[in-house]
Design a protein around this ligand. Structure first.
Ligand SMILES: [Zn+2]
Length: 208
């Protein structure tokens, strides 16, 4: 997803639960995953290239870092690890065909509203049909140069990130489903990460 949408997702998902300082620090760490150095050789940051096992390991590593940092009162490190983790989880809906597979179930029938999307349908998450976009680097970067985007798309295969992404509204109606799924998933991950922590640590993480 483009930076502004990661910021919107964080705000929509967590502004009721966290202070501006906490949410600001984690959101900066979230969007920093899209820095140029984070774009190459880091499939696990963005759910790219079907590197699912590596990506799930990265998510759990960041969750463990979040909890360990909180337990040693290192709240800024906890916010940053949580921000990195949520970036990956949000990109799942923009970089995989999860939304497409979910919508295909309603073939021929009226589509449900984006608000109705289930972000954690286990049948789809474990489906052999689940794919994420391949990054044909360095050419994927040219996709962002609007002037030559049509030529870049003709050059790149259909399984590329350039063809598959739901990073922005111009990708069509599926983008709204990716946004709603990412917002719901971010809330779920907050609850999951806080589960089992003391009231004091949850308050420390909230930064209130
Ligand atoms: Zn990303």
């Amino acid at each position: 997803m483009l930076t502004e949408y990661h910021i919107e997702i964080m705000f929509e998902a967590l502004s009721d639960s966290l202070s501006p300082r906490a949410l600001g620090t984690m959101t900066k760490a979230n969007i920093n995953q899209d820095r140029l150095a984070g774009q190459f050789g880091h499939d696990e940051f963005h759910f790219d290239n079907n590197a699912f096992a590596k990506t799930y390991a990265y998510i759990e590593e960041q969750r463990a870092l979040t909890i360990a940092a909180l337990q040693t009162q290192n709240v800024v490190s906890a916010w940053q690890a949580f921000g990195r983790m949520t970036h990956t989880e949000q990109d799942f809906y923009a970089h995989s065909n999860y939304v497409t597979l979910w919508l295909e179930r309603f073939n021929g029938a009226a589509l449900p509203s984006p608000d109705d999307i289930d972000p954690l349908d286990l049948d789809l998450i474990h489906s052999p049909d689940l794919r994420s976009g391949r990054t044909y680097n360095p050419f994927e970067l040219l996709y962002f140069v609007r002037r030559i985007r049509p030529r870049v798309l003709r050059f790149l295969p259909r399984d590329s990130h350039a063809w598959m992404n739901l990073d922005a509204p111009e990708q069509g109606y599926k983008f709204d489903y990716a946004m709603r799924a990412a917002i719901k998933r971010t809330r779920i991950e907050y609850q999951k990460t806080m589960a089992g922590l003391s009231r004091e640590l949850i308050a420390l993480f909230a930064g209130t």
